[in-house]
Design a protein around this ligand. Structure first.
Ligand SMILES: NC(=O)c1ccc[n+]([C@@H]2O[C@H](COP(=O)([O-])OP(=O)(O)OC[C@H]3O[C@@H](n4cnc5c(N)ncnc54)[C@H](OP(=O)(O)O)[C@@H]3O)[C@@H](O)[C@H]2O)c1
Length: 288
């Protein structure tokens, strides 16, 4: 058997998400961080990436296409993403979109992670999507959701400028993903970027109006999926769960473990851990 080849990865966007991704890639056994692309030279993010041993550039998508890259993580902003896909669509690379642009195949590891093996353009939806879609997938298999409401709280310090600019896309893309997965006629996503100190941990509160509930298999299924998410995001918890009068109420919390993130930044941890896991799955399929 030929030796397994490490795939060369590039990260576009040297902000909160991008630098954490670069650091995760330095720990991967199947992906190497070959390039980090920022917008302006000399930024703190690009300096950090260089200290991690990654090549850096401000030449946009041209830097990626000229660097023999296999996997690209887009952690820039939703408005820039379509141009990144246009530049890479015929390059034979995997493009993993962490912005809420809504392009590509929407994927969450426990829901449809196998799609990473063959797809070329993945959308990670949003941090809220990665937190609630695993639970909603189980709910939709055991009853009929009529309305889904997701209320998230994130610490202000764990949300960069691009995230703040992309709030409308975040809401629209998360609502779309929730509706598509659950077939619920109504879905609403609300969020608070909290300035409180000490910073609150990332939390997503779910309210689902349902019919035809079978509570016991539902609860067992939710416990099983939470354990499955913890295999790649160890701070994932379904912290509260109740079913009564056609209403499911659940609270999902995610804390960050290890690495360079503060514990409250579970929003960054859940989407970045999922992105690297899916890209590693893609790398394994390519090496078969
Ligand atoms: N933070 C979260 O919890 C979270 C979770 C899930 C998804 N997201 C999404 O991830 C993206 C990044 O969020 P963030 O919180 O990391 O924001 P951020 O800290 O502002 O990082 C974005 C970085 O991308 C750079 N950038 C923007 N457009 C670029 C382009 N065309 N080429 C190269 N670099 C570019 C920005 O450069 P400048 O500094 O020069 O503008 C900035 O360094 C957003 O779309 C957000 O919605 C964020």
């Amino acid at each position: 058997m030929p030796p397994r080849r490490m795939l060369r990865a590039a990260v576009i966007g040297a902000g909160l998400l991008g630098i954490d991704l670069a650091e995760r890639l330095t720990r991967s056994t199947t992906l190497s961080c070959a390039l980090v692309v920022g917008r302006s030279s000399g930024t703190a993010g690009l300096r950090l990436a260089a200290r991690m041993g990654c090549a850096t550039s401000t030449d946009g998508i041209d830097a990626v296409t000229g660097s023999d890259i296999d996997v690209v993580f887009d952690a820039s902003n939703a408005a820039a993403h379509p141009a990144h896909w246009a530049g890479l669509a015929f390059a034979g690379v995997l493009l993993v979109d962490l912005t809420p642009s809504g392009g590509g195949t929407m994927v969450a590891p426990t829901v449809n992670g196998h799609r990473a093996e063959s797809a070329r353009h993945l959308s990670l939806v949003s941090c809220a999507g990665q937190a609630v879609l695993p639970v909603l997938d189980v709910v939709a298999k055991h009853c009929t959701p009529r309305y889904v409401e997701v209320v998230t709280t994130v610490a202000g310090a764990s949300v960069g400028r691009a995230s703040r600019c992309n709030l409308d896309e975040y809401i629209a893309t998360t609502e779309y993903a929730v509706r598509r997965l659950t077939h619920a006629p109504g879905a609403k996503v609300l969020t608070t970027i909290s300035p409180a100190l000490p910073a609150p941990a990332f939390r997503a509160q779910l309210t689902v109006v349902v019919s035809d509930i079978r509570p016991e298999p539902l609860r067992t299924g939710v416990e099983a999926v939470a354990a499955a998410v913890r295999t790649f995001a160890p701070g994932y918890e379904v912290a509260s769960w109740s079913v009564a009068d056609g209403l499911i109420k659940a609270s999902v919390t995610v804390t960050a473990h290890g690495g360079r993130l503060p514990a409250y930044a579970g929003n960054v941890e859940i989407i970045n851990a999922a992105a690297v896991l899916l890209a590693e799955r893609h790398a394994a399929a390519r090496n078969e």
